[in-house]
Ligand binder design. Structure first.
Ligand SMILES: [Zn+2]
Length: 278
């Protein structure tokens, strides 16, 4: 009987130890909606959305916006509609703070109606800048992307001379997120491979790269494989493909291109609507 009691005490202690260990090593959860849209839940309980086009046609969950609870920050890489997505609606619903390059931040407030108080200079930077995201237990660095960043007004002005339908909105960018107690994540935004990607591993050990591979508007699988070689992430998830016909690059092509460089084991394929923990 006494032995049984002791055993019970030991088992209870072990169970508590296991629970403590689980709490201490809470995972970072990543959800892919489709295109370039991700939700990242950090170990401290923070929630970050990147390029939040939650109504992307490939997202199997048509109630994604309604299901959102806490959102602390929305990071947007450039002004195109497949990246700005539902940001303004989500910001009004959740109070999320905008992280965006300077020119895009101004235009999202003045043209698209992003709430002013949720988009200040504290979280509007530019390429090379790093700042804290305290509510999510993370730091973000803005890095280059080779692309465009025109914002199309949600309510188009009269289609007559003098009313631009595409408003230049600063530099297109990518983001490096350093999560406290979690992975360092590089979201490429929309870009071609460019040689300054070699600078990224000079400053960061990237655990997870979210890489566009669709081609036509961005790098294709072959060019994206070279980007992986230069960035040296531990793992890479392909994105920005298959949403519509022009984005013809596939994960299979990307895997083959990575294999040629001896990097094929780094690819993780996600499906829209899927979650992963890191
Ligand atoms: Zn895009």
């Amino acid at each position: 009987m006494q032995f049984a009691n002791k055993l019970r005490t030991v088992l209870l202690a072990l169970a508590m130890l296991a629970m403590t260990a689980t709490v201490a090593q809470a995972a970072t959860k990543i959800h892919w909606y489709g295109q370039a849209a991700y939700k990242i839940e950090t170990p401290s309980g923070g929630v970050i959305l990147i390029d939040p086009w939650l109504t992307v046609p490939t997202n199997p969950d048509k109630d994604s916006i309604a299901k959102l609870g806490r959102v602390d920050y929305i990071l947007i890489t450039h002004g195109h509609s497949d990246h700005v997505g539902n940001a303004v609606e989500i910001a009004k619903k959740t109070g999320a703070v905008l992280v965006a390059p300077y020119g895009l931040q101004i235009n999202l407030k003045s043209v698209a109606g992003y709430p002013e108080k949720q988009a200040t200079a504290a979280t509007g930077g530019n390429v090379g800048g790093t700042f804290a995201l305290p509510k999510a237990g993370a730091k973000v660095t803005i890095v280059n992307a080779i692309h465009g960043s025109e914002l199309v007004p949600p309510v188009a002005p009269a289609a007559e001379p003098g009313h631009p339908q595409a408003i230049a909105s600063g530099n297109p960018v990518g983001y490096i997120l350093q999560i406290d107690g979690g992975p360092t994540i590089y979201h490429t935004g929309d870009t071609d491979v460019y040689e300054d990607m070699k600078l990224i591993p000079e400053f960061y050990k990237v655990d997870l790269m979210l890489a566009c591979i669709g081609g036509h508007f961005t790098m294709d699988p072959t060019r994206a494989a070279l980007a992986v070689q230069w960035v040296q992430p531990k793992q890479v998830i392909p994105m920005h493909f298959g949403t519509f016909g022009l984005l013809a690059g596939t994960p299979a092509q990307f895997k083959a291109a990575l294999d040629k460089r001896g990097l094929g084991d780094r690819m993780i394929e996600m499906k829209p609507g899927e979650d992963r923990e890191f």
